[in-house]
Design a protein around this ligand. Structure first.
Ligand code: GSH
Length: 235
């Protein structure tokens, strides 16, 4: 039986979903996003964790963006996203973990929910892509300030220090050409690039802060032709 495209259970705005999409685009693996209702989550009822991304590869379910990327690398080994050398692999995975645990929250989520203009567009992206009913479509934008108050509070606080996260990224880029001084892009590059490209390509507030850092711009220019741009899940 011919294989179907991978189902990618998603929120359009999730940094972890963006990472997986950028990896699939690099590997030229066909996929179909399935947007999940953020409260009801009926589409991912089968999951215990109930967090996106989740993929369904013709019946094989994989959860967690790092595990998904590593699964995809085994499924479709070329082009590879993890170095063969053990020490290099460790460095790459450590940077990818830094993305998951620090950068995704303190820079990307801070950017999407910190500046009020971005916040409005983030909520709108949810409304445009999520399987909401008519009432939810009207109600969510009106109630978002209340429903998301905790996210907004910490994003606003983190956004004040967002430049420090970009400084740290510049340090990690070193002399390149890719993260962990790898000659080819890895899972770490796609993780960070996927989120930054959303900010620059959708021209969110914060794009200027990225563009004024030469080292980051040059690195993004190296990645850009290899994978999709920041409109990959939502334009
Ligand atoms: N470690 C997980 C984190 C996934 C995650 O935090 N997903 C968020 C969206 S960005 C989510 O589904 N949140 C909904 C919830 O926790 O209820 C990964 O890398 O995939």
């Amino acid at each position: 039986m011919p294989e179907s495209p991978i189902k990618l259970y998603a929120f359009a705005t999730s940094p972890f979903v963006q990472k997986v999409a950028a990896v699939m685009d690099y590997k030229k693996i066909p996929y179909t996003p399935v947007f999940v209702h953020p409260q009801k989550k009926g589409e991912i009822q089968f999951s215990q964790k109930k967090q996106v991304p989740i993929i369904d590869d013709n019946g094989t379910i994989v959860e967690d963006s790092t595990d998904i990327a590593l699964y995809l690398d085994k499924r479709t080994p070329e082009p590879g996203i993890v170095p063969a050398d053990a020490a290099a692999r460790e460095k790459v995975l450590a940077i990818e973990q830094w993305f998951d645990e620090v950068f995704a929250g303190k820079f990307y989520v801070a950017c999407r929910f910190g500046p009020p203009a971005n916040r409005k567009r983030t909520v709108q992206a949810f409304v445009d892509t999520s399987p909401f009913n008519a009432l939810e479509r009207i109600g969510l934008p009106l109630l978002s300030g209340y429903l998301l108050r905790e996210v907004i509070r910490s994003a606003t606080e983190n956004w004040e220090h967002a430049g420090e996260q970009l400084d740290e990224l510049e340090r990690k880029l070193g002399n390149g050409p890719f993260l962990a001084e790898q000659p080819q892009p890895t899972i770490a590059d796609f993780a960070v690039f996927a989120s930054l490209s959303v900010i620059t390509d959708l021209q969110l507030e914060g794009a200027g802060m990225i563009r004024e850092r030469k080292r980051i711009v040059e690195w993004m220019d190296r990645l850009r032709p290899l994978t999709s741009d920041g409109t990959r899940l939502y334009s």
